[in-house]
Design a protein around this ligand. Sequence first.
Ligand code: F6R
Length: 258
Amino acid sequence: MDTAPTLKIAPNNAAFHTLAADIFMGALDRMQDRAAAKNGPIRVVLPTGSTPLGLYRELIAHHAHRRDLWDRFHYVALDDYAGLAPDDRRLFSNWLDRDILKPLSIPSSHRTIFNSAAPSPSAECARMDALLDESGIDIAVLGLGTNGHIGFNEPGSAFDAQTRLIHLSADSLAANAAYWGGIDHVPHTAYTLGLGHIMQARETILLVQGSHKADILHRMLHDPISTALPATALRRMRNVTIIADQAAISAAEPSPQT
Ligand code: F6R
């Protein structure tokens, strides 16, 4: 499936999560043979945020028995706050530990995460890039920021950007405030994988839910491809599936294809 993004639309909240889980498990299945042939892992980038939580619950409830896949599963961090202690509950790696990795018994040896407290951020970024240069990303699951960001690739991020430390935009600070009970609790700097590596993912699943995402989804699908709207990069990528709910799509696409 090497084509323009495929758009899948879920009529309601429950269907959104089931559809996301089915599509994600299909992608894992497709990567399984390749990984098994090399006796290697399936490297998967996962987002935090509100949108993927239902997917994670669905995977734990209905797909945990697929040990053949989970035993090969290797989590690669998409982004994370910088400057926090390893046990800080706000770290995205700890959030994902709580909400998906531990419930699915993914061992810590199957995780590539940022060292938030690394003394040299540039060395930390170089370490991630070296790993990604070597192995690449098999599956990237992504969310869409209301400002069009992907990971923390904020508007203006180059499509060949590498892993780096960024300052959260005002939009992202406000959006992240919802996770931690107020903007005062949101760190101002974060690591993010660059679009350069994300765009090379073998398969990508973008999750978009809610009427507050309708405008940015419409722009992502129809505006000129530009670094001003980082999510338009997905239109240059291979094997992209966008899963949207009706609320996100109705304003965006008058005649949706399912
Ligand atoms: C988080 C991340 C972000 C979110 C995006 C959407 O790891 O990469 O790009 O995916 O901000 O967040 P929600 O799902 O909370 O709307």
